[in-house]
Design a protein around this ligand. Sequence first.
Ligand SMILES: [Zn+2]
Length: 257
Amino acid sequence: MADREFALVLHDIAPATWPDYRSFVEQIDGMGHIPMTWLVVPDFHHRSNTFEDAGMLRLLNQRMARGDELALHGFYHCDDAPPPRTPRDYFMRRLYTYEGEFYPIDHGEACQRLERGAELFRRQGWPLDGFVAPAWLLGDGARRALAHQGFVYTSDPNYLYRLPDYTPIKAPSLVWSARSRWRRGMSWLVNERARRRHRHEPLIRLGLHPVDMRHEISRRYWIDTVRRLLDEGYQPTTKISWLHRQSSASQGNIAAS
Ligand SMILES: [Zn+2]
């Protein structure tokens, strides 16, 4: 089978969530060199400031040095906008998620938060290529704002989108909904079916959340899945490294044709 790769993506990285992830990351590190993509939230829920936490900065610098990717994942990761006024907004912002920070905000506010986030990365000397909206939700204003902020890509559960024109590239994700027992039971089935269905895709993403680490069934699922993918010959990668190789491969094809 052609070269297949997987990207391990850790969502919601902040000082407040690191205790959930720590032993998991140690276990993955123990399985060999497996690069990861860390979705960093600058100020998680206004109470966990990644860039003012010396230990967190040290950790992320170490991860960068070993080849991991750091991407921007919202700014606060919570939706503080005035209450929803339409049924659709009510569904998206109260039933579907409370975390869609970049769904209700307008173009100006989105520009500001993206610029502030990018500036924090710049001050650390961290390259910044990816922006992933909390809960993968981009409102219209945020979508326009993101197009002209110099990012290389954004993503939702099914696609990576090359910016600035949002060119979609299929890259399905496995994701758990680990909040309740029945959802965890369902998630196992849904993800195993997705993994088999997508076995011919060149890239599969594993989208991990802190809550997954608090339940043995989901935590073990991720460890087992990484092991299984490695056994099946998948190569681990970061999202940006994979994307870079796609563009050089397509340029090579153009040159060859
Ligand atoms: Zn998130």
